[in-house]
Design a protein around this ligand. Structure first.
Ligand code: CP3
Length: 335
């Protein structure tokens, strides 16, 4: 059981464990094959049998220590009434939020819509080796809000004017999301998932004076729910830089995924009472093998005597060569 993520998070013990964000995805030819015959991404996410199959693809190929269920953070806004479409090269696009509808969805209705995800977890947990953890996930409220209100201005900017001028109550949306995200976490765990990761991919773009209200508080509420329910949890507040420290002290998750901008030495000194995960730049896998191993060594060496889970500083890129992933895993295990 030494590589079991659930145990690492519960006991905060040092051991050897590796998985990658976006390990099930576009860089795998076996995923592309399924994707080609399933052009509608949302429909694919709701196909329990195929979702389970995709989840297990990287496990079968690389024997990773954990599986992450193939799904998407945007299924929650979908279940709360917004249409979601994925436009090639532009990313996801959601229909305009209808507040009446959004606030009226019942727990039962929400469960019914997301039932295929829970079914996929059930199927996968039965097929997965007992010592491997099955990771479920949600998007944090702020990150979902970014998509729900279409706040993205290009790849790396937020249109904050929409937050100020919006006649929609932001706090009402965040609170309602928090409630349903907790429900979604509970449902995924009840279906057989062992861990939850909370993705706050846009945390680095929260306006400075709103960081407590939009980022720390909602994540804290979700982590407190997890603690009450004894659900091992990992937060990923991407882009927070030095505010990772404040985030960790306030939110107190079991695990924290650092992004590639966080210095591993700084993280080890400052992030306490938490299992640190990840950090390696996904672009390291696109460089020469020598450079990839050199960058990986920085993390593995630094964290070798602390509770650390080997992973990346963001998801695997679609252009990654699967053979590189295999070599990186071997390098880590042989270290
Ligand atoms: O392997 C895994 O990590 C599990 C599956 C997973 C997906 N999305 C599948 C997916 C996970 C954990 C996510 C999380 C997710 N989804 C996040 C948070 C993590 C992050 O990357 O910051 C976000 C912001 C989304 C929203 C989303 N879904 C975007 C922006 C996109 C399109 C662009 C992109 O980055 O891929 C998706 C589509 C998506 N979700 C794909 C996959 C495999 C690609 C679908 C395809 O075009 O074939």
């Amino acid at each position: 059981m030494i590589n079991n993520l659930e145990n690492i998070l519960k006991k905060k013990i040092s051991c050897k464990s590796v998985w990658f964000m976006r390990q099930a995805g576009r860089y795998l030819p076996e995923f592309q094959e399924i994707r080609q015959n399933n052009k509608n991404f949302i429909e694919l996410c709701f196909n329990s049998k195929l979702s389970s199959e995709i989840t297990l693809q990287p496990i079968n190929r690389f024997n990773l220590d954990s599986a992450i269920i193939f799904s998407d953070i945007l299924l929650v806004p979908y279940a709360l009434g917004q249409e979601v479409s994925f436009i090639k090269n532009l990313g996801p696009e959601l229909s305009k939020i209808n507040m009446n509808k959004f606030l009226k969805i019942s727990d039962d209705n929400f469960y019914e819509t997301l039932k295929p995800v829970y079914k996929a977890i059930e199927i996968t947990r039965k097929k997965l080796d007992r010592e491997k953890s099955l990771i479920s996930f949600v998007g944090a409220p702020w990150t979902l809000l970014v998509y729900m209100l279409d706040l993205r201005k290009g790849k790396n900017k937020i249109d904050t004017s929409k937050l100020d001028s919006s006649d929609i109550e932001i706090s009402t949306i965040l609170d309602n999301l928090t409630k349903f995200l907790c429900l979604h976490i509970k449902n995924q765990i009840d279906a057989g998932a062992n861990v939850v990761q909370i993705f706050d991919s846009w945390a680095g773009f929260v306006p400075e004076k709103k960081i407590n209200e939009y980022c720390f508080t909602p994540n804290k509420k979700i982590v407190e729910f997890c603690r009450k329910e004894k659900i091992p949890n990992i937060c990923f507040p991407k882009g927070l830089q030095k505010k990772y420290l404040e985030f960790n002290n306030i939110v107190q998750p079991d695990g924290i995924n650092i992004d590639y901008e966080v210095e591993p030495v700084w993280a080890k000194e400052n992030l306490k009472n938490v299992v640190i995960q990840g950090g390696l730049h996904p672009e390291a896998l696109l460089k020469t093998e020598e450079e990839m191993f050199k960058e990986a060594t920085k993390y593995i060496q630094n964290f070798k005597d602390t509770p650390y889970v080997f992973n990346l500083g963001h998801g695997l890129l679609p252009e990654t060569d699967p053979d590189r992933v295999k070599k990186l895993i071997k390098f880590y295990r042989d270290f």
